[in-house]
Design a protein around this ligand. Structure first.
Ligand SMILES: Cc1cc2nc3c(=O)[nH]c(=O)nc-3n(C[C@H](O)[C@H](O)[C@H](O)COP(=O)(O)OP(=O)(O)OC[C@H]3O[C@@H](n4cnc5c(N)ncnc54)[C@H](O)[C@@H]3O)c2cc1C
Ligand SMILES: NC(=O)c1ccc[n+]([C@@H]2O[C@H](COP(=O)([O-])OP(=O)(O)OC[C@H]3O[C@@H](n4cnc5c(N)ncnc54)[C@H](O)[C@@H]3O)[C@@H](O)[C@H]2O)c1
Length: 471
């Protein structure tokens, strides 16, 4: 057994663990990083990166089919395996940034073994025993596969196995209408599959219903069948011939099955009990500074059971680095965290939704809207399906929801505004280049001031008075 003493031990080399390790080592800490599977974790290998690459292939096929702008659409020849090659090429291009070589180059001691706690500040990984002043658990999450009767005898895909599939599914059944199910539904439809989404409650149920409906309507128009209130209760069949029965008796048949019903935090096999670290089904219990019930152990990213996004794992990394390296108080907040679903049109959110704003700010909650069909760039490019809603309380934005082309990029400005408690006047005062989709942000802010300026008798009186006396 090789005994190692270090300042910081990080368990898991995904979005969160890598960010902590890179930050801490470059600021002078001795860092050991454990990873028993692929460097880069879920996002690079099975999540964000492959999904966005496949979505890009679907987008291209969709654009080719459209007759638009004097250009006649064609029936594209789609090579699903070729699309998967593209997915792999994208992963391979990004992988060096997350690689063992790069991290060793930075000075991190990378050990490719699974870690499990031996006591409150010691972890065993293969034949290494690592004792650390502080430990960060960043073990992520895995596809949650519910115990639906029959499922154990039916071949099914998850976000981990989907990328190995080389033949286009003829009819893809997707159980779960969350971001994974919805993004993969549209990508597969556009690449030529028939697609049925079987959702137990409401598809895109974590998002503003008015905005989600715009995405779902578009997907239905394209041909995705989205069945809501269809809780999958029994699954039978064999490869190529699968049947999903819903609680209300509806029956869905398809050739392939993708299970996308949420994530389970990776807490098993860590022997957390030996370290006195409390956890539940949702993940490791943490306080506002992401410390666990063992004050020397922190948990970040998906395993911490909060919002499950790569940028959240990265944000958590910054929070714990401040605490671990400098001993400074540091708290993780959620109110300024944006997220986006990369459908076409995209849907992005930061801060409060309209309903949440009404609940939290009551009569002080105001909502300002601007339609993409009034944006000149959107008109020029045929991207007029879209809407921005900005929730305002006492002159400051408290939430923004955008559905439309580039919504994931457009939400950034509201994330900045909310994180810094900015005023609407600061957004309205920004000059956006013309013609850009980004002008929707300024116009939504302008909508806040329009009635105050253009429909105010007081303003009219003041202007009239000044004009009388101005030379
Ligand atoms: C299909 C899909 C699409 C997604 N798209 C997006 C998106 O577009 N944008 C976005 O922000 N988020 C997206 N996400 C979510 C994002 O992937 C996760 O939030 C992010 O990867 C979480 O990072 P993490 O560091 O917490 O965990 P992970 O990236 O999962 O990393 C955890 C690492 O820990 C390792 N590990 C686990 N246990 C041990 C152990 N005992 N010892 C050693 N190593 C261990 C694992 O092998 C893994 O490499 C998507 C997820 C999926 C599934
Ligand atoms: N663009 C992005 O940022 C992005 C993309 C994909 C995933 N993610 C992350 O990954 C997480 C997991 O995504 P997800 O889509 O798997 O989970 P999810 O929890 O967001 O959605 C799962 C859906 O499955 C439904 N469901 C559960 N059991 C069911 C059953 N038996 N029958 C029918 N429907 C059932 C739920 O009602 C829910 O709508 C997301 O919450 C998000 O944090 C992010």
């Amino acid at each position: 057994m090789q005994k190692i003493k270090t300042d910081l031990l990080v368990i898991g080399a995904g979005s969160g663990g890598l960010s902590v390790a890179a930050g801490a080592v470059q600021m002078g800490a001795k860092v050991v990083l454990l990873e028993d599977h692929k460097m880069g974790g879920d996002c690079l290998n099975y999540g964000c990166v492959p999904s966005k690459a496949l979505i890009a292939a679907g987008k291209k096929a969709h654009a080719m089919r459209k007759t638009q702008f004097g250009v006649t659409g064609v029936d594209p020849k789609i090579d699903y395996a070729g699309a998967k090659d593209h997915v792999q090429a994208v992963i391979d291009t990004i992988a060096p940034v997350d690689s063992q070589e790069r991290f060793e180059g930075l000075g991190v001691h990378v050990i490719r073994e699974r870690g499990r706690f031996v006591d409150e500040n010691t972890v065993q990984a293969g034949d290494h025993e690592i004792t650390a002043r502080r430990i960060v658990v960043a073990t992520g999450s895995s596809p949650f596969v519910p115990p639906i009767p029959g499922l154990e005898n039916v071949p099914y895909l998850t976000n981990e196995s989907l990328w190995d599939l080389r033949d286009l599914p003829e009819h893809l059944l997707i159980v779960g209408g969350g971001p994974i199910g919805i993004e993969m539904a549209q990508a597969h439809l556009r690449l030529g599959s028939k697609v049925t989404v079987i959702e137990g409650e409401k598809a895109m149920g974590k998002d503003d219903p008015e905005m989600a409906a715009i995405v779902l309507d578009r997907m239905r128009e394209e041909g995705v069948v989205i069945e809501e209130g269809a809780l999958a209760e029994e699954i039978t069949g064999k490869a190529g011939d699968i049947t999903v029965k819903a609680k209300d008796g509806r029956v869905f048949k398809g050739s392939h099955l993708l299970m996308a019903v949420g994530r389970a935090a990776n807490v098993k096999d860590l022997d957390l009990e030996k370290a006195g670290v409390k956890y539940s089904n949702r993940g490791i219990e943490v306080d506002a500074s992401l410390r666990t019930s063992n004050k020397k152990v922190y948990a970040i990213g998906d395993v911490a059971g909060q919002l499950q996004f790569t940028h959240v794992a990265g944000y958590h990394a910054g929070v714990v680095i401040r605490s671990i390296l400098f001993g400074l108080p540091s708290k993780a907040k959620q109110g300024h965290i944006p997220w986006a679903t990369y459908t076409d049109p995209e849907l992005a959110q930061v801060g409060l939704t309209e309903a949440q704003s009404k609940k939290e700010h009551g009569i002080y909650s105001e909502v300002y809207r601007f339609e993409f069909e009034e944006n000149d760039r959107a008109i020029a490019e045929g991207k007029t399906t879209g809407l921005i809603k900005v929730m305002v309380a006492k002159g400051r934005p408290v939430g923004a929801t955008i559905v439309g082309a580039g919504a994931g990029d457009l939400i950034g400005i509201w994330a900045l505004a909310i994180a810094n408690n900015m005023k609407m006047s600061q957004i309205a005062g920004m000059v956006a280049p013309y013609p850009t989709l980004g002008e929707v942000n300024k116009r939504a802010a302008g909508a806040y001031f329009s009635p105050r300026l253009f429909e105010s008798d007081k303003v009219k009186k003041v202007v009239g008075f000044i004009q009388k006396y101005l030379p």
